[in-house]
Write a protein that binds this ligand. Sequence first.
Ligand code: FAD
Ligand code: DLZ
Ligand code: SF4
Length: 510
Amino acid sequence: MKLILVLGDQLTRSLSSLRQFQDGDVVLMAEVREEARYVKHHKKKIAFVFSSMRHFAEQLREEGLPVLYTRYDDADNQGSLFGEVQRAAVRLKPDELVVTTPGEYRLTSEMQTWEERLKVPVAVLDDDRFLSSPEEFADWAKGRKQLRMEYFYREMRKRYSILMEPDGPSGGRWNFDADNRKPPATGLIAPNPYSFPLDDITQEVMDLVEREFADHFGDIYPFNYAVTREGAVAALDMFIQERLPQFGDWQDAMVQDEPWMFHSHLALYLNCGMLNPMECIQKAEQAYRQGTAPLNAVEGFIRQILGWREFVRGLYWIQMPQYKEMNFFDATRDLPEFYWTAETRMNCLRQTVSETKRNAYAHHIQRLMVLGNFALLAGLDPDQVNEWYLLVYADAYEWVELPNVHGMVLFADGGLLASKPYAASGAYIKKMSNYCDGCSYKVSAKNGPKACPFNYLYWDFIDRNAEKLRGNPRMGFVFKTLDRMSGDKLQSVRDDSQGFLRALETNEKV
Ligand code: FAD
Ligand code: DLZ
Ligand code: SF4
């Protein structure tokens, strides 16, 4: 008899471990303190994971699979996955424990000790829910001086024949990114966000989370996320119909009080296993073939899933565990209090932290060019920044969070993932949003007390790290401008930055 352990982000009926199920086997699922608290996840993320786990267990039971399910507040709960496996093993005396490889290095390496500790054979199966395996990615990466998503993505398009015509890529180009950077049109309003009704299971979990995780970040109400595969498929279909046609045009745009924009909000479902990546890709391609969504939108969306999502996972597995230790800029500053409270006079940060707190969601450009850009320019400690991103978003698991934060945002890996740091002054935020209209700072002012802090912090970052960045061929123009800057101007940049960063350290409201 096999004991099959299914984790909270493995809610997929066709999971490799569940494919091994035979009569007599037992499935084990457990809500445990260790997984819910190894970082203090957002309340909404815990409610989403627990409710989705409970619904998935119900689904398996309805199919006739015996499921042993440990609730968080069960009196005998051992508090860890190992503890729960051990408790079940003592009771059931299985011949073997079967589990699909976890998404995170932390748990995968811990599992290597289980067989010896349990005295039961442990089979850890490949997680084949991705479109490229870690081994295939390692083969692709072997011998390349630089790993660039674009080349990997082209291979994936050809391999799966996605958006391909007999003579090459659809529309004659691999990438329509240049068409996907429109600043927001005045009065741009996105469709209402999806809203799934609460059922008794979710309500019970929400009460539990309010009771047990009161000290965690984030709002639990309103809770509108789907918690079943059925709901997630409905969210996917709504996205394809209502948002995808404009996804490309407004992919990089940010609008005050519009947290959802034309994004899909599907990452949380994809990452816990409720949706599979190929069904999202195929439905998007179908919309293009049927003429209901333009190519720039469809290619842009597909690139995120077939390209970026697979690419960051591949990078994670070939680079861990040393990846996490890298700190190219030797950044050490503590995470400012406003990442938790949203109490800052900088409107762009106030907006994005508030939305993150309410929704456990922010879209890509908010994560990258507002929250991340600030962390990069202010030299925040990568460990603290990574921990923050890992706990605040409902879609966050280390395999996807770490490369995005450590590599794309902080350039802590020295350029393994990105060819240059995504650093920008206030002009970028001004161009791509209407946040500056409601700000206490002036985006047009470069120095002085009213100046937008991104403006002087940008040049201070370049100046501070000149030795490390000057050789970067993509930064020639930036250094030409820095070298032409007058001594007085550079001194103002340094003085304003030092004053601002000191204020951050002493917890003054900035
Ligand atoms: P959409 O904009 O609708 O994109 C469609 C899908 O593409 C997403 O659902 C996601 O599955 C995939 N995708 C898009 N961009 C990326 C990317 N850069 N890497 C991997 N997949 C991508 N994504 C996560 O899933 N979990 C994270 O913890 C996470 N942390 C991030 C941290 C930072 C600093 C940055 C810059 C990006 C992060 N991303 C993360 C990537 C991306 O921002 C989110 O996937 C996206 O915002 C989720 O919202 P959505 O589903 O509406 O995405
Ligand atoms: C994210 C999460 C949370 C909050 N809680 C649980 C849990 O109680 N039990 C469980 O099996 N999984 C949980 N998860 C998902 C795991 O953290 C995830 O499986 C690992 O991080 C590996 O990716
Ligand atoms: Fe952000 Fe600067 Fe614009 Fe204020 S002025 S919203 S700080 S970019």
